[in-house]
Design a protein around this ligand. Structure first.
Ligand code: IPE
Ligand code: IPE
Ligand code: MG
Length: 232
């Protein structure tokens, strides 16, 4: 079974459009799905679940959609914090917090702190996250260490750079699932997914059930991962 599953939760807008409703209606329906998938993780041996909630490119959407999403995140954190804590979920956030509003950032910090003692499932929410942005921010921090004389550039290798990424405490994802039929990565976990298996499913995120999650995660077991080697 995959130890770390990452999900690109895509298709909320199309789900709403198909019902003649505004895109935000789809985002609300999508948010409701999250708990079901988080709860399913321990049953399938999934220890880490990372979900893509908002990308560094999603700011290009209309002001109404962006502010609606930000409101939804704040409301979601308010409503779900206690339940997440009680079900043993440890919550972390990755992405650049600088562009997020103060209230939201405070809620993110509080939830991380509140659930820091949990370990049943490690839920990581990627919010204002972009893989290239993450590598750029990591490089900036690394360069500062070099400039300050605390890091010898000659010693920099993959492990060094990985330590500066937002995901430094997480194992690499074993399986990346994208819903809604799009077969692209859209800047998600670029560095970390070097050897991940990908699964693209047609289901729109608000329709993605525990049963489908189970099917995809179970299917992972039959894949042969070679990591560049020749297996005998
Ligand atoms: C994914 O659903 C959620 C976010 C990007 C916030 P979309 O909003 O991208 O839905 P589609 O792809 O337009 O259907
Ligand atoms: C990726 O979906 C981002 C999230 C799911 C949060 P998008 O809908 O933004 O990606 P593109 O634009 O189709 O590549
Ligand atoms: Mg989309």
């Amino acid at each position: 079974m995959p130890r770390h599953v990452a999900v690109i939760m895509d298709g909320n807008g199309r789900w709403a459009q198909a019902r003649g409703r505004p895109r935000l209606y789809g985002h609300h329906a999508g948010a409701k799905r999250v708990r079901e998938i988080v709860e399913a993780c321990p049953d399938f041996g999934v220890e880490y679940l990372t979900i893509f909630a908002f990308s560094t490119e999603n700011w290009k959407r209309t002001q109404a959609e962006v502010s609606g999403l930000m409101r939804l995140f704040r409301r979601y954190l308010t409503r779900e914090a206690q339940a997440l804590f009680e079900s043993g979920v440890r919550v972390r956030f990755i992405g650049d917090r600088v562009r997020l509003d103060e209230t939201l950032v405070r809620m993110m910090d509080e939830l991380e702190l509140m659930t820091a003692g949990n370990s049943r499932v490690h839920l990581t929410v990627a919010l204002n996250y972009g893989g290239r942005d993450e590598v750029a921010r990591a490089t900036k921090r690394l360069a500062r260490e070099v400039a300050a004389g605390r890091l010898d550039p000659e010693t920099v290798d993959e492990t060094t750079l990985a330590r500066f990424l937002d995901t430094y405490v997480l194992p690499d994802p074993d399986l990346v699932i994208r819903t809604s039929g799009e077969a692209r990565i859209s800047n998600f976990l670029l560095w970390q997914s070097a050897y991940a298996e990908y699964e693209f499913v047609d289901t729109l995120w608000p329709d993605f059930t525990r049963a489908e999650f189970a099917r995809v995660v179970t299917g992972f077991a039959s894949r042969e991962r070679r990591f560049g080697a020749v297996l005998g």
